[in-house]
Write a protein that binds this ligand. Structure first.
Ligand code: SAH
Ligand code: AVI
Length: 331
């Protein structure tokens, strides 16, 4: 049952063609005016951006998705035993829900709540899931997961399992990640659990191609944010004048994506005039990578106690199951 009656932050219109989200306008104008120039990565995910991200997940260079999927598959029985049946699963940044069936199939949930800022993708994925789990109540929430303050009343009484795959936590700086984990602990409530996927620090020879693939899909994903600005904010950005850059920032243990002006450019956005000199950049994404101990520290700071951790043989990616509150240490 797809339950769309619960709409705390629902915006049901077609975002691709309709009026811009005021938060998008604010973030873009502020971000292009500030120094260094930056646009937050949550704005990547309009309809085209979500489709491009799906293509990224299938690239040979992007080890993230296939590694996490394999980990979830191989750990599914252990996860089921630790989690137990009858929880409501709440997924943060659910996207195409490509890994969700593995979890839902293992833990026999009472309900599923996918949360995503990308409305078209959210509705399409929820409808797809229904074809597999036809009796499962699904309550999609379209919105920013950092703003969600309560969950659908229909799952008020069920114990909850948060699911935060894909290393989306890595797209937040540490203080924001800690705040989000704390907010999750608060909305999921006492006795809840969290299954989270985190990308590991590794050699640049693996990391850089994953964010700058040979086919140019990641470059198109990065540039799409400028197309979105042009479409939704009456922009005149010459998108072709911007080069995709992916860099490893070793001090901060993160991949950074930027868009670099390949010549002097002038453009307008929402009535504001901008000039960028050749070589100037717009910072569009951080993707923080963590060591195994860092993840445990991050989770504890966010109000969660790690219970179990699964890592692939090449140590590319880690999936962690944690329990709300301060309790046991990881196995
Ligand atoms: N969980 C999927 C998708 C990861 S891509 C996977 O593991 O493959 C990140 C997803 O999070 C996208 O679907 C994007 O739309 C969503 N997202 C990013 N920032 C968000 C935010 N602040 N609030 C809600 N959803 C967000
Ligand atoms: C969603 N997020 C975890 C992806 C990542 O790897 O940081 C987004 C992405 N950016 C470029 N490629 C993929």
């Amino acid at each position: 049952m797809l339950r769309s009656d619960y709409r705390p932050t629902l915006h049901t219109e077609d975002r691709q063609t309709s009026a811009a989200d005021p938060a998008f306008r604010r973030d873009v104008v502020k971000g292009l005016t500030g120094r260094p120039r930056a646009i937050p990565p949550r704005w990547f995910y309009d309809r085209d951006g979500s489709a491009l991200f799906e293509k990224i997940t299938m690239l040979p260079e992007y080890y993230v998705t296939r590694t996490e999927r394999a980990l979830l598959q191989s750990a599914s029985e252990e996860i089921a035993a630790l989690v137990g049946p009858g929880r409501a699963v709440v997924e943060f940044g659910s996207g195409s829900c490509s890994k969700t069936p593995i979890l839902l199939g293992a833990v026999s949930p009472t309900a599923y709540v996918p949360i995503d800022i990308s409305g078209d993708m959210l509705r399409k994925s929820a409808a797809n899931l229904l074809t597999i789990f036809c009796r499962l109540p699904i309550y999609p929430i379209e919105g920013d997961f950092t703003d969600i303050v309560r969950l659908p009343r229909q799952i008020e009484r069920a114990p909850r399992l948060g699911f935060f795959p894909g290393s989306t936590i890595g797209n937040l700086l540490v203080p924001d990640a800690v705040n989000l984990l704390r907010a999750m602990a608060s909305i999921l409530g006492g006795g809840s659990m969290l299954l989270i996927g985190v990308d590991r620090i590794k050699d640049q020879s693996i990391l850089l191609p994953a964010y700058d693939d040979a086919e140019g899909v990641t470059a198109a994903f990065n540039r799409n944010i400028l197309h979105r600005v042009n479409r939704e904010l009456r922009g005149s950005i010459p998108v072709d004048a911007f080069r995709h850059l992916a860099r490893w920032n070793d001090k901060e243990a993160r991949i950074e994506m930027h868009l670099e002006a390949s010549r002097n450019v002038e453009f307008r956005v929402d009535g504001h005039f901008f000039h960028m000199a050749e070589g100037e950049t717009i910072h569009t994404e951080n993707s923080l990578k963590y060591g195994p101990r860092d993840v445990a520290v991050l989770l504890r700071a966010g109000g969660w106690s790690p219970l179990a951790m699964w890592t692939d043989r090449e140590e590319l990616f880690t999936v962690i199951l944690a329990q709300e509150g301060a309790t046991p240490s990881a196995r």
